[in-house]
Ligand binder design. Structure first.
Ligand code: GMT
Length: 374
């Protein structure tokens, strides 16, 4: 198949899923055309089946807001016509699904039919999409897609609950490349950070409010009152300055390191003992899956799709959102040397259920179905 993939070229979430999916499809012999406003971070290699088309957004003094959606739709039209693309797969509904609808209509007016698959990732539904400013367009463009997938059953239910969507939504969970995300021998790194055998706790996110990083810091604060431990915070975003202030106020700055955005997050995860994801909402929790693949048990909230990933008392524990005391109690239980090895093994076993070779055929089969029905 020749597939056009549209996504945000970002470090986390939907952008990573879209890029990894495209790479895996290309390895399977499909021709993949990425259409984005910047080279996605994980698209840094040569593969004969991968093509990159940058969306050009010319500026003009009249434009307070450059019309990205129009430029994107135009680029999709050009790529479909020039590269003979069979199907467009857009990740994150806003504004990709409506831009794809416009491209589809333009192409149809020229006698060319190209089906559109939209994958819903989370905040496009749970946070941003249901805002009245976007809702009519999101509802319309989901209904007009030829195929719609969601990364968890919870997100699927949320979509039906908040939007007047009258078409089927297929749940295809996120996946993990276990050849990349695996525990590596990085003992020198662990020794440098934890010279006295401290337990190493990690949180990675885009530092937005929805991640409740205060809860991660407070959980760590109470853990280190009971046992020696260090916290690594990976990622960057609007909350970072506030969280740095909180860490200083708590007097734990020496035990916490802010690593910023990292390409090779699996190296940090390889030396971690525990992963914290106390999010207010999380449609899937890809960062937690990456941790589990590196044999790191997960303390998470029970929000959104997290119960579909993290198994209570097996790969980690889930607590009600904001229940720091419960997260501390569960963390101390996991970090107990009598329990830690079992949780590490279980975390990997759970991650293996989301291995790329298990999930990729579900996308391929879904594309085939959409192409047949369109
Ligand atoms: O985590 C984010 O806020 C980024 C966001 C995105 O769309 O890029 O992530 C969402 O998609 C990920 C990939 O499907 C999911 O693993 C995340 O759970 C989801 N984030 C939220 O629902 C908050």
């Amino acid at each position: 198949m020749k597939i056009g993939i549209v996504c945000y070229p970002t470090f986390g979430g939907s952008g990573v899923v879209a890029t990894e999916l495209g790479k895996a499809l290309a390895k399977n012999g499909h021709q993949i055309h990425f259409i984005t406003y910047q080279q996605p971070p994980r698209l840094d290699f040569f593969n004969e089946n991968v093509f990159y088309h940058e969306v050009n957004i010319p500026s003009y003094p009249l434009f307070q807001y450059p019309p990205y959606e129009s430029a994107l739709a135009s680029e999709m039209v050009n790529v479909v016509l020039n590269e003979n693309v069979d199907l467009l797969h857009v990740h994150y509904a806003i504004p990709h699904a409506s831009a794809a609808y416009m491209a589809k209509m333009i192409l149809r007016s020229q006698g060319r039919h190209v089906p559109v698959v939209t994958t819903l990732h989370g905040t496009d539904i749970t946070l941003v999409g249901k805002d009245a400013s976007y809702e009519p367009v999101v509802t319309f463009s989901i209904n007009q897609s030829d195929g719609v997938t969601a990364v968890s059953e919870d997100l699927r239910q949320d979509t039906f609950a908040h939007f007047n969507v009258h078409r089927e939504i297929e749940v295809i969970p996120n996946f993990i490349d276990l050849s990349r995300f695996k525990r590596q021998q990085k003992e020198h790194f662990k020794k440098a950070i934890c010279p006295n055998g401290e337990k190493l706790i990690v949180h990675t996110s885009n530092f937005r409010r929805v991640k409740r990083i205060d809860d991660a810091v407070m959980t760590f604060y109470h853990i280190q009152e009971q046992m020696s431990a260090k916290l690594l915070l990976v990622g960057d975003g609007p909350e970072r300055a506030r969280i740095e202030r909180l860490v200083r106020e708590l007097g734990i700055y020496d035990q916490v390191r802010f690593l910023g955005k990292l390409d090779a997050v699996e190296e940090v995860l390889s030396v971690a003992d525990l992963f914290l994801m106390p999010s207010e909402n999380e449609s899937f929790g890809l960062a937690a899956l990456e941790a589990m693949a590196c044999e790191v048990p997960v303390i998470s909230s029970n929000a959104g799709g997290l119960p579909e990933l993290n198994i209570q008392g097996v790969s980690g524990f889930l607590s009600p959102v904001g229940d720091v005391a419960d997260m501390v109690k569960n963390s101390l239980y996991i970090l107990d040397e009598a329990n830690l090895p079992t949780f590490k093994r279980n975390a990997l076993a759970r991650a293996e259920e989301f291995a790329l070779p298990l999930i990729l055929p579900r996308y391929e089969a879904y594309y085939e179905r959409v192409l047949q029905e369109a």
